[in-house]
Design a protein around this ligand. Sequence first.
Ligand SMILES: Nc1nc2c(ncn2[C@@H]2O[C@H](COP(=O)(O)OP(=O)(O)OP(=O)(O)O)[C@@H](O)[C@H]2O)c(=O)[nH]1
Ligand SMILES: [Mg+2]
Length: 248
Amino acid sequence: MSDDIELEVRKLRILTANNVLNTYPYLKGKLRGVYKVCVTGISGSGKTTMIRCFDPEAHGREVPRYFYVDYELLKDNPDLFPESNTATQTFDFTVVALLLNEENKSEIIKLNDLTEEYLSEKRIKWVTIFYLFGTPGQWRFKDIRAFAERRSDGVIFIIDPIDPKLRENFEEFREQVIKNVERKVPIIYAVNKQDLPNVHSSKDLTKELAIKEKDIFDISALKCKGIAKPIIALIKKMQEEELGKKKD
Ligand SMILES: Nc1nc2c(ncn2[C@@H]2O[C@H](COP(=O)(O)OP(=O)(O)OP(=O)(O)O)[C@@H](O)[C@H]2O)c(=O)[nH]1
Ligand SMILES: [Mg+2]
């Protein structure tokens, strides 16, 4: 079953890569893969905030964070729920490219901003593209989350260090994402909100959540700090696993 899914996913990835090459012919010889990556984690952990660092326009539909909303009141008071009091109902989506230059320095940019001139100016040798899906964390939207996570090639798991039920939610969300991707894929963890004082850091959580040190990073989505590292780690892990599978 899982082998069939793996084959389907690979087929789709080749088709997508061909489409990308048709649209951006100058990527020929430089394209190192096209992947679907989902960003998961509880509601309020900072998924939308993180994705907007890469692409400020990459947001899905946001709705008031609370279930019971007096829409009449909202109509008359449109500013009642500031942006920070909303939750994602659908999913955030953008396509970004990880660029590696001849000195092996990397950067992540929106695919739409990529041009042939940029590639030569920055002396880019490899380009990896990923379709980034930011999921809705609220329970009432869990079916949309399942859809957005379905058959991802890799997962960025955002941990909210101020979540009073951190461990319980961690187990639950991990179980769900593994089910939704329908096969074993690499997961990289990002402990968000490191701009706040006295919050759990990746160091505190490696033991508690039994995560390997190389798979967990500290970030601040609000300050767009440290956010490229987990993505680069994920891409490396996905490509290593792919190479491993080819050797088998
Ligand atoms: N201090 C701090 N606040 C953050 C950080 N990242 C996100 N927030 C805040 O946390 C709240 C929720 O952020 P979102 O990005 O909407 O959370 P989400 O994970 O997308 O939530 P759902 O869409 O409901 O699943 C907002 O008020 C953000 O400003 C961070 O790094 N530091
Ligand atoms: Mg969101």
